[in-house]
Design a protein around this ligand. Structure first.
Ligand code: UGA
Length: 433
């Protein structure tokens, strides 16, 4: 099919490349000429495993083009709106300016029978509102809402092999067009749910709210574990065997961050307030509070471990991204911890396999090194806050020879406390005795 993807940020760049990989003829549109130039040259503007490969092959074959001109989307049969919905500058609500601007700019270019498909994360409302605009201004086109559930680090796989497809549609025609777009996934047996607009919009924020709640639940348990001497990782294993609970997303640690979960739960809470149903989602404020408390816990542990003050102490911070396999530092708990420690007078040296460039742009006051051993050399304290494989597999004996003080805080509960203590380390995790 002929497809346009409007907005070539994380979601859009991956979606456009994946659609071309599936054999569609795709044009990616973005207002940022630098992003478009990089993508057109086959260079992803961010780190995402597997993206460079499908981007280069699709641009090379001519199936994928990029442009800053919305008019270049005119011949497409399906237009995906994949622009960002950041947190508003003055409230917690989602800022829908980009969705509206992209839609309005597309309106005059819609061909007969075109389908506009919303992918951005939104509260309930925009789909019905945009559908009404189409009915007035471009009745020859129609609208669907098709939320995206990709995870950074697995974005390509999640787009090519989604675990479910959700179509918010007003008629069967829109659903059959989407079936064409996603034919490969449907033939592979991917569950496909046809809903109204409001449900499709809600599915996305509800899923992210559930995931955030699951993480904060286990982090709350880790606080109780700390107070009682229990081990939260064993607790998670034990409750996770119950199929109704499940073990995934039950890893206690420094908490969730990134461009999605934190802003989405805040926007959802703000949306419930607007609906006069604030009390229904009040618990999400607690989910947010528990999450932010985890960062403070790691900082407090660092102070305690160093005898009451981090002032002039050398601290190696392992990880700055919000999770491994990503260079994304948006609302990153790891970077937040590094900044707080620096603010308390510590000599922080931060390292990360992919995130240093982005971290430096936001926090140039921190010292960075791309070498893990360089960061650790002479450190009074090691703080692991992003569980990159290379940090998870550090050898406690070898690492012990590099540092000045064998003290470690495992902010992701991924190291083996027994092995590290045996090698002479003072090991502290979150909710691990
Ligand atoms: C999240 C959702 O998982 C995706 O389904 C969704 O499509 C996406 O947001 C989005 O809205 O676009 P993502 O932000 O890539 O994806 O990251 P996650 O894998 O969900 O991790 C989020 C944060 O939770 C990370 O900081 C991670 O370290 C943390 N986390 C995750 C934990 O602290 N504990 C866990 O057990 C799992």
């Amino acid at each position: 099919m002929r497809i346009s993807v409007i907005g070539c940020g994380y979601l859009g760049a991956v979606h456009a490349s994946a659609m071309a990989e599936l054999g569609h003829e795709v044009v990616g549109i973005d207002v940022d000429p630098r992003k478009i130039e990089a993508l057109a040259a086959g260079r992803p503007p961010f780190f995402e495993p597997g993206l460079a490969e499908i981007l280069t092959s699709a641009t090379g074959s001519g199936r994928l083009r990029f442009s800053t001109e919305i008019a270049d989307a005119a011949s497409a049969e399906v237009h995906f709106l994949a622009v960002g919905t950041p947190q508003s500058s003055d409230t917690h609500a989602a800022d829908l300016t980009h969705v509206d601007a992209a839609f309005e700019s597309l309106l005059p270019h819609l061909a007969d029978g075109a389908l506009v498909v919303g992918k951005s994360t939104v509260p309930v409302g925009p789909a019905a509102r945009l559908a009404a605009r189409l009915a007035d201004e471009a009745p020859h086109a129609s609208l669907a809402w098709n939320p995206e559930f990709l995870r950074e680090g697995f974005a390509v796989k999640d787009t090519l092999e989604p675990d479910r497809l959700v179509y918010g549609v007003a008629d069967d025609h829109a659903a059959s067009v989407l079936d064409h777009v996603y034919r490969a996934a449907i033939e592979a047996g991917t569950p496909r749910l046809k809903t109204d607009y409001a449900t499709a919009e809600l599915v996305k924020v509800a899923a992210n709210a559930f995931l955030a709640t699951k993480i904060s639940f286990i982090n709350a348990m880790s606080e109780i574990a700390d107070a009682t001497g229990a081990d939260v990782t064993l607790l998670a294993d034990a409750i996770g065997h119950d199929a109704r609970i499940g073990r995934r997303f039950l890893n206690a640690g420094v908490g969730f961050g990134g461009g999605c979960l934190p802003k989405d739960i805040r926007a959802f809470t703000a949306h419930a307030d607007e609906l006069g149903r604030g009390e229904s989602l009040r618990f999400l404020k607690e989910v947010d509070a528990i999450n932010l408390r985890q960062r403070q816990r790691v900082v407090d542990l660092a102070i305690e471990t160093l005898g009451g003050s981090v002032f002039h102490k050398k601290i190696a911070v392992l990880g700055v991204t919000f999770k491994p396999e990503s260079d994304d530092v948006r609302d990153s708990p790891a970077l937040d911890v590094a900044v707080q420690l620096k603010g308390l007078g510590a000599e922080v040296i931060a390292t990360d396999p992919q995130g240093i460039e982005n971290a430096r742009l936001r926090h140039p006051q921190l010292e960075y090194t791309s070498s893990t051993s360089e960061a650790l050399r002479g450190a009074d304290l090691m703080v692991l806050v992003t569980e990159w494989r290379e940090y998870r597999s550090l050898d406690p004996v070898v690492t012990g020879r590099l540092v000045a003080g064998a003290r470690g805080i495992d902010g992701r509960n991924v190291l083996d406390p027994v092995a590290w203590r045996k090698a002479g380390w003072g090991y502290r995790g979150l909710g691990r005795p």
